[in-house]
Design a protein around this ligand. Structure first.
Ligand SMILES: NC(=O)c1ccc[n+]([C@@H]2O[C@H](COP(=O)([O-])OP(=O)(O)OC[C@H]3O[C@@H](n4cnc5c(N)ncnc54)[C@H](O)[C@@H]3O)[C@@H](O)[C@H]2O)c1
Length: 252
């Protein structure tokens, strides 16, 4: 049995993870932790992260606490516990530190900006398309409570497109740079436009343009259950994983 703790257990994602882990027959929920505990989960919720480290001693911590607390991930790795981080908005220096620490300690760390298998395929197909249609922009749409923008998925998509274009030796023709905010943010030479509205969950379109033709690759998470098969997959692979795993595509 894989021993799992959930951080941010009372949030929208944390609740789904608690349900998914409880329903899986090869894992056991050893702790749920949240700074704002709710009493409608039907389980004990601990406020203190120390309970996870010192008492529950899980194999993995699934972290959907918002905002992300680097110290928690650091302490987990130090204790030999694999952090599986679903919270988005990690800074580049936090990713580098996680990679370094997990190498040093021989304990994997996972940062998964999007657990939905369909979103992972969308990113993979976008990277493939960029070799042949290098002119591309990303429109990501999320619910209005999301605090970070662009989304972690959009940043990862742009990184994969950038890498793929460079490997193929192709360049975009559309101008980059400039300071007009209406043209969106820019990562790896890819424009990203962020929409935030109530009613949305997590959606992204990757729009490619070529002479006389357009290609759109789109993914929609319409319910948070879409993320759970990916969460369970990451938990099942955590003990065999090595170093920093950035993105679910590395586990497929
Ligand atoms: N990786 C993915 O596939 C994916 C999918 C959806 C959302 N997300 C991300 O997951 C995060 C959480 O989203 P949400 O909609 O569940 O948010 P939410 O606001 O509903 O829940 C966050 C929870 O974290 C708790 N919390 C805050 N600080 C804490 C701390 N230090 N220790 C313990 N608990 C703490 C809050 O009390 C709250 O219950 C966001 O960053 C979101 O962008 C990722």
């Amino acid at each position: 049995m894989i021993k799992v703790a959930v951080l941010g257990a009372c949030g929208k994602m944390g609740r789904e993870v608690v349900k998914a882990v409880t329903g899986a027959d090869d894992m056991t929920l050893v702790a749920a932790c949240d700074v704002a505990p709710a009493d409608d989960l039907g389980i004990d919720v601990h406020v203190d992260f120390g309970y996870i480290l010192n008492d529950a001693k899980p194999d993995v911590i699934v972290d959907f606490a918002k905002p992300f607390v680097m110290g928690n991930a650091r302490n987990a790795i130090q204790r030999g516990i694999v952090p599986i981080i679903g919270t988005t908005g990690l800074a580049d220096d936090e990713l580098s530190e996680l990679a370094q620490l997990s190498e040093q300690k021989g304990v994997a760390a996972m940062v998964i900006p999007n657990f939905a298998i369909g979103a992972v395929l969308m990113m993979r197909f976008a990277a493939e398309a960029a070799k042949y249609m290098p002119d591309v922009e990303v429109i990501e749409l999320h619910h209005d409570k999301k605090i970070d923008s662009p989304s972690g998925t959009a940043i990862k998509t742009a990184a994969m497109i950038d890498e793929s274009r460079q490997a193929a030796g192709v360049v975009a023709h559309t101008p980059i740079g400039g300071s007009d905010p209406a043209r969106g943010d820019e990562r790896g030479g890819v424009r990203i436009h962020s929409v935030r509205l109530p009613g949305l969950v997590a959606h992204q379109g990757v729009l490619f343009g070529g002479a006389g033709q357009l290609l759109t690759i789109r993914h929609d998470s319409i319910d948070r259950t879409s993320f759970m098969p990916g969460v369970l997959l990451a938990i099942r692979q955590a003990r065999q994983a090595k170093g920093l795993v950035y993105g679910l595509d590395q586990l497929l």
